[in-house]
Design a protein around this ligand. Structure first.
Ligand code: ADP
Ligand code: ZN
Ligand code: ZN
Length: 752
């Protein structure tokens, strides 16, 4: 017997077990309205609980017994079309997530909610006070008992912070539920700075395009020719900061708009400043939508509506803007394409570049990836001809690059200087204080992992199998490689030079602040790191204070490295480049090159020439020398050889499986079992893949949960991912899944 009016529905549940399409039937009248992307209410499971779901298939008929009936259609308009559904399926495959969570990611939260206009600049909000892993396990525990609280946790898992008014509207929970979670220490309150309108559009002066330079002309011509031909092509626009890359996008977008099409411009979180927005509004006027993570959910919803209604030609936004439902998409631009913030950290852990490549292909349009320091993968693809390389070698504005000096900390030690500041850096700071110019001191600190190095000769203990720095474990005084688990006793003397000055490395910003204040008692000093910026808006407050009150010295971590633009900063000091050079990650070189380039770019943005002082125990490091010279190609050529010889990306993909649980012994045994199963599966399927580990993660313990990891080096394919997905599904059915959680990720950002 066959059933008519059949629709395929994905239910809005995150469990891996229900991650498939369920068939329902619809009454004739309702069926006429059915489209891909509608949200519906359906009865589900034995108790026929009514759940929200999404229409993902319209098979019309099916050979089937009896089907349950769709109860109602929730949305008048579809939330996504067939192309976006394909994007979701791609995420389901490559991010190892459920289709429902992929759909959640592409549709703005709080849709369908009517909300009051918020005029306040600061509003009360909440964010998670526990780690994501912990939040997930709490979620499972309270889902049945306190469904409203569970909804709040879900919402905060998907968003860094949400206004309390939005929480109440979207989840239907009262203030009581928010308070209850706060008292349990699961969430905490925070003040949110809302940029209702990031800039006042009406006040911005219209600007005219520059006459392009010769190199800009070539770049613009290549892109517009592709536009005219209606072809899909990825361009890598490589040029130092200030070489006029933005001007290239602006002129390409102009052509796109003339053709009656639209464009998406992705910028990293930190770069979405009023200045950036002004440049786009100045050129294109009001038909622009801005997607900023500091918008409240309600505002994001408003922008989404404008985009859907066709009022917008250009969307400028952070990572999630890649899902913008623009009609007639004509061009995608990704500025600073190497930035790690383009990779989502929460589930689904998608990379915006990956989605951009797919969307550009679907629409047969060009994609421009732009950067001064492209990621190795992108530059490699430009070398092989997969991407077309466009280069801007000269600066469009007249500013000179800062003077960069590398200081050898080993010599400082010999000369008896144990301060965190070298003699040279001290002199330069003094000079700046005398001239009333500002300085930034930068300490790259990831906080968790520490490596061991010799202060006398610069030797760093690395794993002999993986060529990454080994991590020091203080409690038991040993060193371990958290790629492969190789472990050795800590060294007492340097194996290279025999010196006793072989120690783990780790200085906090707080210590730096104390020392700087002691050395320069009359200078004003401000510190910016995770401790001083725990509130969401304090980040901006510190920067405003630094600029407005003309604070002499800003000391900071990663946060100060990028995107800041203070014309009065003429000196940047990198206190220990070693922290970045010896990241326990194969991308250490790439990250250092980018970091030093960016940090140095902070100095001398006004009319005065900038200076940068880079302190290190490894002054002979090629990466530092290449960064000092801003010689990306030299860096790339050397790094790519290393990647090839050790088989790291772009020559392979890395898939990580992280297992978490509170009994370390049982966890490691279970991880070993999983690793063996994997090896067997790969063998049976004749797949060549290297399974490394299990070994403890670099962050080996979070909130009393141990973390172990298995790494798979392979050419990621659908077949491999299917095996991994099946493994995860069978894990969910085992009793161990009650206390061991398993997370799979392809090409993660860091190897934490
Ligand atoms: P990037 O995006 O590579 O950092 P921008 O596009 O921001 O570079 O350009 C840097 C500066 O040079 C900007 O102030 C811009 O207005 C100016 N500029 C860009 N292209 C030209 C040009 N063709 N002629 C004159 N000035 C230009
Ligand atoms: Zn030594
Ligand atoms: Zn190793």
């Amino acid at each position: 017997m066959s059933v008519k009016n059949v629709v395929g529905v994905v239910v809005d549940r995150m469990a891996r077990e229900v991650d498939r399409v369920f068939h329902y039937t619809a009454p004739d009248e309702m069926y006429k309205k059915m489209q891909i992307g509608l949200s519906v209410l359906v009865p589900f499971g034995r108790g026929d609980n009514v759940l929200e779901g999404y229409i993902v298939e319209l098979p019309e008929e099916t050979e089937c017994k009896e089907l349950k009936e769709v109860r109602a259609i929730l949305s008048e308009e579809p939330l996504f079309d067939g192309k976006m559904l394909e994007v979701c399926r791609h995420m389901q495959d490559t991010c190892f997530c459920t289709l429902a969570s992929a759909i959640k990611a592409i549709t703005p939260p709080g849709r369908g909610v009517r909300r009051n206009c918020v005029n306040d600049k600061i509003i009360n909000g909440s964010r998670l006070a526990v780690s994501n892993d912990e939040a997930f396990s709490i979620l499972e525990n309270i889902r049945a008992k306190a469904p409203k609280q569970a909804k709040i946790i879900e919402l905060l898992l998907q968003n860094d912070f949400v206004a309390n008014a939005d929480i109440r509207l979207i989840t239907g929970a009262g203030q009581g539920a928010i308070k209850a979670l706060e008292q349990k220490g699961i969430i905490c309150s925070c003040e949110i700075e809302v940029f209702r309108k990031p800039v006042d559009f009406s006040k911005i002066k219209r600007t005219q395009p520059f006459t392009p330079t010769k190199e800009q002309k070539i770049a613009i011509k290549s892109v517009t020719e592709t536009l005219d031909a209606g072809k899909n092509q990825t361009f890598l626009l490589h040029g130092v900061t200030g070489s006029g890359k933005t001007e290239v996008f602006l002129q390409c977008i102009e052509t796109v708009i003339k053709k009656g099409k639209s464009a998406i411009v992705l910028v990293p979180e930190i770069a979405l400043t009023p200045q950036t927005v002004e440049r786009f509004v100045g050129r294109f006027g009001k038909r622009i939508a801005i997607i900023h993570s500091r918008l409240s959910l309600g505002e994001r919803h408003d922008e989404y509506k404008r985009i859907l209604s066709g009022e917008v030609d250009v969307v400028v936004g952070v990572r999630s803007a890649i899902f913008a439902p623009l009609k007639n998409l004509g061009l995608i631009v990704m500025d600073e394409e190497h930035e790690t913030s383009y990779k989502a950290e929460n589930v689904p852990a998608y990379h915006a570049r990956d989605i951009a490549l797919l969307r550009a292909k679907q629409h047969n349009i060009p994609l421009i990836l732009a950067s001064a320091t492209p990621c190795m993968e992108s530059y490699y693809r430009a070398q092989t001809g997969e991407y077309k390389l466009l280069e801007l070698t000269a600066r469009a504005n007249e500013n000179d690059m800062p003077d960069v000096e590398i200081v050898d900390l080993r010599r400082e030690l010999i000369e008896g200087n144990r301060s965190v500041l070298s003699g040279r850096l001290k002199e330069e700071i003094e000079k700046n204080l005398k001239n009333g110019e500002q300085s930034i001191l930068f300490l790259n600190r990831r906080g968790f992992s520490t490596f061991v190095s010799c202060r006398n000769c610069g030797y760093v203990v690395k794993c002999e199998h993986c060529n990454v720095s080994m991590t020091y474990h203080k409690n038991k005084n040993y060193l371990t490689c958290h790629y492969c688990g190789y472990t050795v006793k800590n060294y007492e003397t340097c194996p290279e030079c025999g010196s006793k000055y072989i120690k783990h490395f780790g200085t906090g910003t707080q210590r730096v602040e104390e020392e700087v204040k002691e050395l320069f008692p009359d200078a004003s000093v401000i510190r910016m790191d995770v401790d001083t910026t725990s509130g969401k808006s304090s980040h901006q407050q510190i920067l405003d204070k630094f600029a407005n009150e003309k604070i002499d010295i800003l000391i900071g971590t990663q946060m100060v490295a990028k995107g800041l633009d203070f014309p009065d900063v003429t000196l940047v000091g990198v206190l220990a480049a070693d922290m970045s050079l010896n990241l326990d990650d194969f991308r250490a070189g790439e990250r250092t090159f980018d970091l030093v380039t960016q940090v140095c770019g902070r100095a001398g943005r006004g009319n005065k020439l900038g200076r940068a002082v880079i302190q290190t125990y490894q002054p002979e490091s090629n990466v530092l020398l290449q960064a000092k010279e801003q010689d990306y190609k030299a860096f790339y050529n050397e790094e790519i050889m290393l990647r090839r010889s050790l088989n790291y990306p772009p020559y392979c993909d890395i898939i990580s499986m992280v297992l978490m649980g509170n009994n370390e012994q049982a966890l490691s045994a279970y991880a070993a079992r999983i690793s063996n199963t994997l090896k067997m599966e790969f063998l049976n399927h004749k797949i060549s893949a290297e399974v490394i580990g299990p070994g403890p993660c670099s962050l080996s313990r979070i909130n009393n949960k141990y973390r172990w990891r298995i790494l798979i080096k392979c050419k990621a394919s659908k077949e491999i991912r299917t095996i991994l997905r099946q493994l995860a599904q069978s894990h969910d059915k085992r009793k161990e899944s009650k206390w061991i959680s398993l997370l799979t990720e392809q090409n993660p950002n860091s190897m934490m």
